[in-house]
Design a protein around this ligand. Structure first.
Ligand SMILES: Cc1cc2nc3c(=O)[nH]c(=O)nc-3n(C[C@H](O)[C@H](O)[C@H](O)COP(=O)(O)OP(=O)(O)OC[C@H]3O[C@@H](n4cnc5c(N)ncnc54)[C@H](O)[C@@H]3O)c2cc1C
Length: 373
């Protein structure tokens, strides 16, 4: 049983179907009727694409030995590998938790009343409506928690906002200020961090790193920061606090908020229960490419244990991240988080070629997971 059909769940179901179809029956559960790539939420936010156009319906998944069910997971008993959903009760032989991270806008006082989170598909669509009627002023883009998906995304949103406002002839009537608890944009790479900081400065985007927004005053329209500053805003765009889904916490799978896993195999402390992706506390960033790589490692682990193959290599933590850097160009970072004593990263400056590569990245997953040509 795979709980959650996001980056991790989709890749694992695909690998198991490809490599072990005769030996497994995979039930893939998700509460939603469709998958949305994280990065397409930014396209929705800036009106480049409609929400309906970026949804990939789960009904299109047709794979040997995989059955998708649209149900909500209500409880998980990891000792017995028993799962209760809105559709019934299941007993699994192998359970993989890939339920991602939930967003908690209500965790920041004043955000729900006076700001917009843009990290969920619905949130991005709501923020887009606010942007459509925005007629200038102070925009604050703020990261509100220490663990969040896709570390480059707040910067990407700032660059895209700059372009959006420039194209509408409004940039001079606006300020943009990015506030984040991160000490620098991409901690594993000074090259990427410096490139991002340079682009922010070139575009006159203010930035406050190592800074926490503690609350918003919906009446005065001011964001209060932990260091005592108060930032006035006319539009507040938020990366909200992230949390493990309550059902995972209630199952006793978490420690300090997230699911601890063996970093080589993604096994939890419960036999035959694995966890991958944003829901874990693996020492890697929260990203789709990472969740996908972890899922592929779990597939190798299962292939070895069910199919009798050799013990697999541990998850290498090697990924390529594409970063929107404005003007339709994309920068690329080849990161290796786990193979050496410290993470390494190689930066390829923004180009249209990398933009084409990113489009192919998405197209290849649409083909592989959903059969969309
Ligand atoms: C704006 C933005 C831009 C991003 N850009 C990138 C990028 O360029 N590259 C990149 O690699 N990553 C990017 N990401 C991050 C990426 O989307 C996530 O890290 C990735 O989706 C994590 O995969 P996952 O499988 O762990 O979880 P998810 O993909 O979040 O999947 C979890 C699934 O579990 C389901 N679920 C949750 N609770 C329940 C329940 N109780 N019952 C049933 N189903 C449930 C959810 O519906 C969801 O489908 C971006 C994210 C955002 C928000």
């Amino acid at each position: 049983m795979i709980l959650g059909a996001g980056f991790g769940g989709l890749e694992l179901a695909t690998r198991l179907s490809e490599d072990l179809a005769d030996e497994v029956e995979v039930t893939l559960i998700d509460q939603s009727d469709s998958f949305v790539f994280g990065f397409t939420k930014l396209d929705v936010l800036f009106g480049r694409r409609n929400l309906e156009d970026v949804r990939l319906p789960y009904r299109d998944i047709v794979k040997p030995s995989v059955e998708f069910r649209q149900e909500t997971v209500l409880s998980i008993d990891p000792e017995r590998k028993r799962v209760v959903t809105s559709g019934g009760e299941y007993e699994a032989e192998i359970l993989v938790v890939a339920l991602g991270a939930d967003l908690a806008p209500e965790a920041t006082p004043g955000l729900v009343e006076s700001g917009y989170e843009f990290y969920s598909p619905q949130g991005a669509a709501r923020a887009r409506e606010a942007l459509a009627t925005f007629d200038g002023g102070a925009v604050v883009i703020a990261v509100l928690g220490g663990f969040f998906k896709c570390p480059p995304a707040p910067y990407e949103s700032a660059f895209m906002l700059h372009d959006f406002l420039t194209q509408r002839g409004m940039r001079d009537a606006c300020t943009i200020h990015l506030v984040t608890p991160m000490p620098k944009p991409i901690p594993v790479s000074d090259d990427v961090s410096n490139a991002i900081l340079g682009l922010l400065d070139d575009r006159n985007i203010e930035h406050s790193h190592a800074s926490w927004v503690t609350s918003l005053d919906p009446v005065a329209k001011v964001a209060h920061l932990e260091d005592g500053r108060a930032l006035p805003f006319d539009l507040f765009l938020a990366v909200p606090v992230h949390r493990a889904p309550a059902v995972v916490v209630e199952a006793g799978l978490t420690e300090d908020g997230w699911v601890p896993v063996d970093a080589a195999t993604f096994a939890t402390r419960f036999p035959d229960v694995y966890a991958v992706g944003d829901v874990t506390s693996a020492p890697v960033p929260r990203a789709g490419v990472i969740a996908e790589g972890e899922a592929s490692t779990v597939a190798d682990v299962l292939l070895a244990s069910i199919g009798g193959g050799p013990a697999p290599a541990p998850f290498p933590g090697e990924v390529i991240c594409y970063i929107e850097m404005g003007g339709d160009t994309i920068g690329k970072v080849d990161v290796n988080f786990l193979s050496g004593p410290a993470p390494t990263a190689r930066f390829t400056p923004p180009s249209l070629e990398s933009a084409a590569e990113k489009r192919e990245f998405a197209a290849s997953r649409r083909r592989r997971w959903f059969g969309h040509e």
